[in-house]
Design a protein around this ligand. Sequence first.
Ligand SMILES: Nc1ncnc2c1ncn2[C@@H]1O[C@H](COP(=O)(O)OP(=O)(O)OP(=O)(O)O)[C@@H](O)[C@H]1O
Length: 376
Amino acid sequence: MATLELEGVTTRYGKVVGVEDLELTVGDGEFFVVLGPSGAGKTTTLKSVAGLVDMDAGRVSIGGRDMGGVEPYHRNVAMAFESYALYPQKTVFENLASPLRSGRTGTYDKAEQSKRIELVTTTLGINHLLKRFPRELSNGQRQRVALGRVLVRPADVYLLDEPLSHLDAKLRAAMRAELKQLGEDSSTTSLYVTHDYQEALDLGERIAVLRHGRLVQVGTPEQIWREPADTFVAKALGQPEINLLDGEVTGGRIVAAGGAVSLPVPSGVDVGDRVRVGLRPRDLDRADADPDGGAHRAGAERLHLRGRVHLAERLGRLVELSIEVGDTEIIMVAGSDHAPGEGDVIDMAIDLADVHLFAPGAPGEETARLGSGRPR
Ligand SMILES: Nc1ncnc2c1ncn2[C@@H]1O[C@H](COP(=O)(O)OP(=O)(O)OP(=O)(O)O)[C@@H](O)[C@H]1O
């Protein structure tokens, strides 16, 4: 068990930036998630901690000890990559037992080995596979065995690189719950990398969002979800993506979508004369179908919108609606019971507290969060 600290970590590949000036402190026993799209620098972060790449600047400390000059083998970290090597000529059991026999982290007698293997195989749902060889496993099973090889060995820090990526959606969800439990039980400091926001929100005690090798925001899932630091973070969380509308401030109100969206300028938020209005598809309610506004906070002030359904796409029990609102189109997600059809005019509402305001910007430009639409 140990605290993990990254101070000003910069790792480049020639001229390509892997990560730049990373500052992170992961608490002892914390399950910390790094979230970002492909190429954001997630794997580079893990490799910098493991000592598998040469850093250009900065410092990594584990348990207060500077890792500069410490070989990967001696860092006492256990790393799982997205693709893994298992010993083809060994059974699953032998593959799992070998990290415990290497002597690197002390030796374990047969009973201790069996106990650790039992814990990990139960958690990962692979105890029925112990006698098989890797060639007799599916890709998803192989991935779980490889993850088991990492988790079976006590380490100061676990470094986990998209370890659930080869699993189907149902198994991923189940494994997330199991991994979370294992994380809590073993309370080993863990740095877990993913591009899947749902996984990050589910698993992370805290989450760091990376973009182009730089840290955009660090916070609890609640903070990242409720107060995304900028439009990049807001778009990275939530499916379908947040609606972003260009707004103008006139007569003390924020007006967008050609006048179809209008809300008071919240006091205490310096919005200037232009602003971006962010509305998450799942925060919008059908105001007409449900006059009480469904699950919204009692007594909350709301923004009301009216629009015409342009497209309705069924997604199981939900329907994704593209709605023409004024001169723009917004997406909302509704329950499929009594869902409106294409061409219907519907009324929607959203709590002002769920309206996100961002600085104005050109299309494609990411801009900072200014605050919520709720008057203070
Ligand atoms: N060995 C390498 N040589 C050159 N460039 C590299 C190397 N490894 C990574 N990069 C570059 O560094 C940047 C960060 O890569 P990294 O693999 O850390 O991203 P990532 O967030 O893990 O992406 P992914 O989700 O696709 O694995 C990318 O621009 C990538 O192209």
